[in-house]
Design a protein around this ligand. Structure first.
Ligand SMILES: Cc1cc2nc3c(=O)[nH]c(=O)nc-3n(C[C@H](O)[C@H](O)[C@H](O)COP(=O)(O)OP(=O)(O)OC[C@H]3O[C@@H](n4cnc5c(N)ncnc54)[C@H](O)[C@@H]3O)c2cc1C
Length: 499
């Protein structure tokens, strides 16, 4: 494919010291587009490939239009791209599955978006206990590739979610209670450093980078592949259970009882989903799962005894079940994800429920005619999960503090709005709702002050909550593997290391 290059391509000196960023950005795009080995892989504004790809972001907020996109197909190409960015000092962003929501999570308004969308294969050798998954894969693709072997990996609970963002931020899966976070199942990262050098990071080689990368977000290099422990079966028993509105007390209390006992059945998990939208009704459901495929394990006895209106529970391969969970995920709506972490306490859950009713009533009045959805997810983080992390070599999430006195509940607010104008009205009300819940948690000493990066809003600075020791490791690894600080200064997407 021949692309028009609307920027100068020649007579530029190799060094760009002192040049404005616009110059470096234009030169990077021109050099990438002129590289014969990248033909067809550099998308420039105005081309149909560029426009189509920009339309493939989960959130319209995230779809920033860069000076160019480059979609490498091999680690060598990533190395070449990294070396060029390093030399030219242009700004860049990183995109894997493109499912983070905030502006600046996975693209750049000026500079190069390095898009791993073509690096999406999964390899598995029967008998080996790891699967090599490229960073640009979605979890749906990885599950499908592993399905014939009867195994799976601890990945996302929606097919569309990308490997890169999920694994670098933690990764909450159907296997978290039995295997820890997704990042805890990484045996090896293949990473292209800022200067283009390719390294492996595992327990024996670059062990500091291996640990820091488990939760350290996109701060150290371009991850090209993760080698993941496979989980012993691809079978999953899972589904949604929808509860009657009058069962609200049993709904929250049986969830808390379940969470208190999660260590006694590591394959079984539950999370709660509460959904309100422009209509008058509220939906309260639980997603229950058993990662060994056991039907109605005794751990669910109490929660399933609460009168419910719908059940979609079935056993099948994760490759079949996860697309059912994903359902239709329309692209290009105005999405915002916000996250907090509280003590697992009935007062928090009932307060959140009542505050959501008040907040959405206010939203309906403030933005009549709008279409929006506020999805709350309440997910447990338990000592059993964190113990797996420690046993697998540790990560930098700093959750030991969070679960020191018992399980915690991760509180995700996922807001989706139809138009930018309606978002301008509804997002501030959503933040007000979050602030109200935080104030309540603070007043009772139940706020854990910890933020999960894959769910975090752009200003939530998740790494600043990981604790001093983990931050010291993250800083030293950044200095060692990216001494010039490209991933802090030139990278314009994702969460940085707090200064
Ligand atoms: C429908 C839906 C379901 C979800 N389900 C879950 C779930 O079950 N569990 C869960 O934990 N989260 C879940 N999430 C959140 C999800 O994990 C995050 O949005 C995550 O960032 C998405 O990954 P991505 O690859 O699509 O990221 P992108 O948006 O493409 O990238 C986000 C960030 O990841 C980093 N990154 C991306 N690629 C690379 C790379 N190659 N090298 C280094 N860093 C890189 C960068 O910092 C980048 O800024 C869900 C999100 C959605 C929209």
């Amino acid at each position: 494919m021949k692309l028009a290059i609307p920027i100068f391509a020649t007579t530029v000196s190799a060094s760009c010291h002192g040049r404005p960023p616009a110059y470096a950005n234009a030169k990077c795009c021109a050099d990438l587009a002129a590289d014969a080995s990248l033909q067809g892989k550099v998308y420039l504004p105005g081309s149909s490939a560029y426009t189509t790809r920009l339309g493939e972001y989960y959130s319209a907020n995230a779809a920033l239009a860069p000076s160019c996109m480059v979609l490498p197909t091999t680690t060598d190409e990533v190395s070449k791209i990294a070396a060029l960015i390093h030399k030219t000092k242009c700004q860049f962003g990183m995109r894997a599955g493109g499912h983070s929501a905030f502006a600046g999570s996975n693209s750049v308004a000026a500079g190069v978006t390095v898009d791993f969308g073509y690096m999406n294969t999964t390899t598995y050798t029967a008998g080996d206990e790891t699967a090599g998954v490229q960073a640009g894969s979605t979890w749906g693709k990885a599950y499908a590739a592993l399905d014939p072997f009867g195994v799976t990996v601890a990945g996302g609970r929606a097919s569309v979610v990308g490997v890169g963002g999920f694994i670098t931020g933690g990764g909450y899966s159907f296997h978290s209670n039995s295997a820890g976070f997704g990042c805890d199942t990484v045996r090896n990262f293949e990473i292209v450093l800022a200067n283009g050098t390719v390294v492996n990071a595992n327990a024996d080689e670059n062990a500091d980078l291996w640990r820091a990368q488990k939760g350290g977000s996109g701060n150290f290099g371009f991850i090209t592949r993760v080698d993941l422990d496979v989980q012993p079966t691809n079978k999953l028993w899972a589904g949604f259970v929808g509860f009657q509105p009058e069962q609200i007390e049993g709904y929250y209390q049986t969830y808390l009882d379940f969470v208190d006992n999660m260590a006694s059945d590591l394959a079984s998990q539950t999370l709660l989903g509460v959904i309100a939208n422009e209509g008058p009704n509220i939906t309260r459901n639980a997603i229950v799962s058993n990662s060994r495929g056991v039907v109605r394990a005794p751990a669910f006895d109490r929660i399933l005894a609460v009168p419910n209106v719908t059940e979609t529970l079935f056993t099948d391969s994760i490759n079949v079940i996860v697309p059912v969970f994903t359902g239709p995920t329309p692209l290009g709506l105005f999405s915002n994800w916000i996250v907090e972490m509280y003590s697992s306490d009935i007062r928090m859950l009932t307060f959140i429920d009542a505050a959501l009713l008040r907040a959405t009533a206010e939203m309906r009045i403030a933005a009549p005619g709008s279409k929006f959805q506020v999805l709350l997810e309440l997910q447990p983080v338990t000592q059993s999960m964190v113990q797996h992390s420690v046993a697998n070599g540790g990560n930098v999430l700093g959750l030991e503090r969070v679960v020191a006195d018992g399980p915690a509940v991760m509180f995700l607010i996922a807001l989706t709005v139809d138009t930018a104008a309606n978002q301008d009205i509804i997002l501030p009300l959503t933040l007000k709702f979050r602030d109200e819940v935080n104030a309540f948690a603070d007043s009772l000493g139940l706020n854990k002050n910890w933020k999960y990066a894959p769910y975090a809003f752009g200003d939530q600075d998740p790494l600043s909550h990981y604790g001093n020791e983990n931050l010291a490791l993250i800083r030293s690894v950044s200095k060692k593997f990216d001494p010039r600080g490209d991933f802090q200064r030139l990278r314009r997407s994702g969460f940085k290391i707090p200064v």
